[in-house]
Design a protein around this ligand. Structure first.
Ligand code: APR
Length: 201
């Protein structure tokens, strides 16, 4: 059942807001992990993905870290999805929010852009994002939602293979913020959608 709070159709791509939900249960081809630069796991969504996906994900992360050292904030790497329904996990490192004046917005935008680019490079047609940096990394949810929507809308203009993007929020505050953010951006003419559908309440 394709339930969503709100869905925008932009070009050939559907972008949904879904939740409260657990991203480890998503059956999109890829799910995005809000990791840290060590790539060796952590709490929050990082912990949930490694727990649900199993050790094969960590093994691939260790191989990547052995090659590149640490994953800088704003970058993204791809591993197997292990035991998850998703085939792949795209690990990205969000900014730690301090005062909003240290490039946090650009780094957060880079997480969404790099993750979508990786999906395109691997011919991945559907991808689910958590609200990167809005937990332990302290990014204010509404501002993070605006950045997520604007960056994905811009990146989709150049993307050809991705057909379905999903923002999966863990709680209703996140669902409300992502829904309010896109309605505000759409009213301000900063996001163009050919169709907007409100989901079942
Ligand atoms: N499904 C979807 N979203 C989730 C889940 C889940 N299972 N678990 C948590 N979240 C949500 C949180 O509610 C928050 O809105 O993901 C968002 C990101 O929170 P964190 O997981 O804390 O990630 P982040 O804020 O980016 O901090 C990253 O935390 O877990 C560590 O190793 C990670 O050091 C890194 C840091």
């Amino acid at each position: 059942m394709d339930d969503f709070a709100i869905r925008l159709t932009m070009g050939g791509t559907r972008v949904d807001v879904r939740g409260p939900a657990d991203i480890t249960k998503e059956a999109t081809e890829a799910i995005v992990n809000a990791a840290n630069s060590s790539l060796l796991g952590g709490g929050g969504v990082d912990g949930a993905i490694h727990r649900a996906g199993g050790p094969s994900i960590l093994k691939e992360c260790e191989r990547i870290v052995a090659k590149i050292g640490r994953l800088p904030a704003g970058k993204a790497v791809l591993t197997t999805g292990g035991r998850l329904a998703a085939k792949y996990v795209i690990h990205t490192v969000g900014p730690i929010y301090r005062d909003g004046r240290r490039g946090e917005a650009d780094t957060l935008a880079s997480c969404y852009r790099s993750s979508l680019q990786l999906a395109e490079d691997h011919g991945i047609a559907s991808i689910a994002f958590p609200a990167i940096s809005t937990g332990a990394y302290g990014y204010p949810m509404l501002e993070a939602a605006r950045i997520a929507w604007l960056t994905i809308a811009e990146a989709l203009a150049a993307a050809t293979l991705v057909e379905h993007v999903r923002f999966v929020l863990f709680d209703s505050a996140g669902v409300e913020a992502y829904t309010a953010a896109v309605e505000e951006l759409q009213r301000a003419g900063r996001i163009a959608a050919s169709k907007i559908e409100k989901g079942v309440a």
